[in-house]
Ligand binder design. Sequence first.
Ligand code: GRG
Length: 329
Amino acid sequence: MLEAQIHATNFDFEGYLDARRKLVESKLAEYLVEQEPARLWQAMRYSVLSGGKRLRAMLTLAAAEAVTVNNATTGATGISDTTGNLSEEALQIALPCACAIEMVHAMSLVHDDLPCLDNDDLRRGKPTNHKVYGEALALLAGDGLLMLANEVLIEHTSKSVASANLLAVALELSKATGPSGMVGGQVKDMEFTGAAEDKFDIATVESIHAGKTGALIRFALWSGGKLMNGTDEQLASLYRFGEILGLAFQITDDLLDVTGDVQTLGKTPGKDEATKKATWVRAIGIDGARAKLSEMEAEGIALLERSALDNKDAPVLKALLKYAIHRKK
Ligand code: GRG
């Protein structure tokens, strides 16, 4: 049903994204109800409930839907309509994880913006967390969000999910976030910041981005499938699709840093060049980065078309790949 609507010219993808954002944001607000110490929760709420595209959460929900047909253990069903309403059972399975990922993502932005890292004043069109709450509380709000993410995943994921699957997801979230994922990528990024163009190559840039940005995006896709008890074949497709989308997302990010404006981006552009980061644009130029992006888009779509995912060509995932690539912010 959804597949036909997505292929039809009148499919309202923006409406679908809006509905999904509302769903994720209302759940996030529930998990982040203000409590004691109030200032800590305010700082955590400030950075999680401050907008953002919610791309990672949507990827988790879409991946869950792409394998629902396989979910014999729970009997969960997938999308029930184009307003973005998942079945209640599927929601309980995938939504807590989607929210946990948004919390980890938000904490990484809070820490990334700190004076000791990127020293940014603006994020999502608003003053960064430390500008409002001070450095010490911003640091602790990030720490709090990191652990709350694990708490939400473990405590709120539907009890119908096999413990082994939930444990595997919790383990992968740690790996995606920690030294072999995001933290490791960030450290590599720091090591090459300031380097002249001839001091790094595409392999370096790929390796930085696979950790810094790619690991969480890949996890977002894989976890939706794992929680829904996807087959090994489906999970392998989601994993590879996650690698492609993560890479494409970061190439777009590098391009937007050069071509975007502060109003649309909600953050300060031009920082990669100013600080001499190891980016796609610095490695292979704007045209080279755009060509690589087209290659990744074609590869992602081809993968979906030959994958064992539900809905034949997983149309929502395809639309999300295009969204990640052609976005303006
Ligand atoms: C995880 C313990 C721990 C620490 C964090 C600072 C750091 C270590 C990592 C940096 C990770 C980082 C900020 C990577 C950049 C990823 C990126 C391109 C973010 C922008 O994502 P969007 O465009 O943002 O999805 P919105 O605002 O739309 O959510």
